[in-house]
Design a protein around this ligand. Sequence first.
Ligand SMILES: Nc1nc2c(ncn2[C@@H]2O[C@H](COP(=O)(O)OP(=O)(O)OP(=O)(O)O)[C@@H](O)[C@H]2O)c(=O)[nH]1
Ligand SMILES: [Mg+2]
Length: 368
Amino acid sequence: MGIPEKIKQIEEEMARTQINKATERHLGLLRAKKAKLQRELEEQTLRATGKASGDDGYAVKKTGDATVVLIGLPSVGKSTILNQITNAKSKTGAYDFTTLTVVPGLMEYRGAKIQILDLPGIIAGAAQGKGLGKRVLSVARAADLVLITLDVFQPGVKPLLFKELREIGIRPDEKPPNIVIEKTSTGGLSVICQVPLTRMKKETVKDILAVYGIHNARVMIREDINDEQLLDVLLGNRHYVSTFAVLNKIDMIDKESLRKVRESLDYYVLPIAAESGINIDEFREQLYQKLQFIRIYMRPKGGETDYKEPLIARAGYTVGDVCDMLHKALRSEFKYAQVWGKSVRFGGQKVSLQHKLLDEDVLTFVTK
Ligand SMILES: Nc1nc2c(ncn2[C@@H]2O[C@H](COP(=O)(O)OP(=O)(O)OP(=O)(O)O)[C@@H](O)[C@H]2O)c(=O)[nH]1
Ligand SMILES: [Mg+2]
């Protein structure tokens, strides 16, 4: 039996199984098996088609300080937005699928260079290959932020877009689950939960680990996870990314209708009209804020601080991350760093690679 048939068999069994307390454990196991098979299938297709090489017009080199990817239904105005906020000229048109490849643009704002990627529209079923499908969605893996682009006349499709993104392994607006799995050579499975698990059973954790061939390990669960989150950790290759939603073409409706549309949504949207430029300055500002840039001023050892051209990093970056941004070899030559600014108690404090930096810190590297 091939992998697709095996998946089908499991799906049929899942459909037959009633959901209740007694079958919970069995269903968890089935989901784990299905996820594992799906992963195998994906790897198989990648090998067969060579798509992993990505030389099909969908491979884009990341440049700048952050990458934003435009995701939305066809004709919502993605290309118009790109053209409005960057130097790019992406074709626009009053028909679906005007854009057929990835079109990059660069937005410079407050000293940060933000790469924006325009894409073909996504339709329901894209993750299964509908429309231009999977490869388009995959580009969002390169994103530091996904820009969910909505049309005033179809404002409620954010959940649909999220569903498509999730199906190809992207986890919009989620954090990596707080689970640590330390494999051991003997001793069986010990599962330690630091918080009570309300969404799955401890036994299911063990069942699922066994499906993945893990029989000896120490597992530390630090948050109330569900089985999907455990699978995410086991499967790896998940991309956790935050999103920002804009509601485009607000010039087409009056104020009162706009108010009603926004009220009907249970998520925040920034209203804009890309074509005529309504609210575009605010849009740039919010995009910049959402990317959580921090500015790091470099000071050579014994020299003057360069306040003119800060290094643009992101919130949560450590001294080690900044090493990687500057030079591949810097990490191995690193002795210690000195920091002046909000992240330290006193100016010139010695810090290690793990030290987290804050906006406007001054940083000096001392190498071996
Ligand atoms: N009224 C109005 N029309 C807009 C606005 N933004 C874009 N449009 C129009 O909407 C149509 C689609 O715009 P595009 O930018 O091509 O949309 P897209 O999302 O890139 O479409 P695909 O590439 O086909 O997925 C075009 O006719 C645009 O002129 C806007 O703010 N207001
Ligand atoms: Mg387009």
